[in-house]
Each structure stands twice: as structure tokens, then as C-alpha cells.
Ligand binder design. Sequence first.
Ligand SMILES: [Zn+2]
Length: 300
Amino acid sequence: MYQKNMLAALAAQTGWREWQSFEDDLLQFLLMAIPVVFIYGICIGSFLNVVIIRVPRGESLIKRSSHCMTCGAKIRIIDLIPVFSWLFLKGKCHSCGEKISVRYPIVEALNGILYVADLLIFGVNVNCLLMMIFTSLLICIAFIDWDTMDMYIPMLLMVAALAIPSYFVTYLPLKERIIGIFIISVPFLLIGEISGAYIKKKTGEKVRGIELGDTILMACAGVLLGWKAMIPSAFIGIILAAIFGLIIKKVTGKSKFAFGPYLCMGLLLGAMFGEEITDWYIKMLPQQEHVQYYSAFLMH
Ligand SMILES: [Zn+2]
């Protein structure tokens, strides 16, 4: 029994790509691990709500306990259970009955679900822990950008800083990381500058097609994920932004919206599946000599 559990724990270190051969023991392991990781995820998600609300206002993250936004009533210990308290209170303040935004349980549940996804995809290892931190940072960056149309630079730098431990616990070579910094951020910078100059000439407004924050985000994520993950990330992000941009324009009539949330969704999927997508695409290319040369250059 002990040895079986050890085997399952070993198998779980590899993530879904290597799991086929450990079916039963692994299932047992996952049935234990998934609820634990989910609960851990929604508790961190609860803290992310505080970050998303307070950081743009420049408020302290630790001082003052949480209170109702309307009546100022202190939030009781029993109301602090992520997701479930909101469901239990039916989304209303216990004291004044004012609606509590559905966004709080959504952020909490999202963080919990994505942590479970990270566990299943990356396995039980240090890289998975780094990817969980990356996931939470992306949630904060996305929601703050949605609210304020602005990105908080220290958070972007934290994404880049994850590349240091990541370098020691993954097989992603330095070269792929360095190409990753520039492969999306440079085109984004050029599009931003050119569109900015064009719009200024036409209307006099100081608006860019792609904001500097989005550009820095793609550079910082690039050093963490490498170029192979960045190309699908950017594609997914741009396509999602185009789809939701059209919907937002139709519903609200506004043509200006935050690009960040869609880039964050793209980066999350890119971190999980990006390398596979790029490798698959390179193999699909017609194998002519010059293509082989370039793919050999990029692969090694
Ligand atoms: Zn209240």
C-alpha cells in the first residue's frame, strides 16, 4: 500500500503527459490532492480580491480588516469562507442587505479551478508551484486592467522574476527565454508606436493601439515561458480580444476596452499548451531545406 502510494506520488510529479501508465494509483492520489489544492486555491483567491480592489487605490494590503463597501460593517469570521460564504449569504451583506458583487466568488473559484488545472497539467513539482503563482498574478493583472485600463508594473516584474527559479527547475533553455522576451513585445511596441503616432496625427488624442503595459507584460511573460509558448499565447489573446471587443462594442457602444484580460487568458493557455501547439505546427510545415534549417536553429 505504502509503495503503491509512493508510485502514484512519483507519477503525479510528471503531469498529464506521462500519466497513462499509472491509472488506478494515480486516481487515488488525485482524489486526495484535487480538493486540497482547490481549497488552497480559493483561499488565495480571497486574498487576490483584496489585491484587485486595494492596489489600484494605493491602500495597504494588510492593514484594516475587510468591511462592507456600503455600510462599513465589519465582515464576520464566518463570512470569510471563500465562495461558500457568498453562496450562504445569497450575495448580500449580513448587516445592511446590500448586494455583494458576484465577482468575489468568481475570482476565488477561478483561482481554485486554475490551481487544479495547473496541478493536473504540470504535476506535483516546483514548476507547478511557480505556475500557480503565475496564474494568480495573471488574475490580478487581468482584473485590475479591466477595472482601471492600467497595469501595475511591479506585478509584471514579478512575472519576469519567476523566470529565475523556473530556469533551475525546468528544461527550458536560456536561448528560448531570451527570444521569448522579444518575439511578441517588439511587434507590440511597433504597433503601439505607429498607431499612436497615426491617431495623434488624425485626432490629436494620445492613444495607442496597444498600450505599453500590454507590451511589457508580453516581454515579462516571454522570459518565463519561452518563445514557443508566447506565439500561441499572443494568437489566442488577440483572437479573444477581437471577439470580445466586437461584443463589447455592440453591447455598450464603446470602442476602447482593456486588452490585458484577453492577453492574460492567452498566456494562461499558452503556459499550459503553448509548447505543444508550436511543436505540432513546426512538424506540420512542409519539410523543405530552409525550413528544416530554421526549425533546427530554433529547436537547439
Ligand atoms: Zn453592509
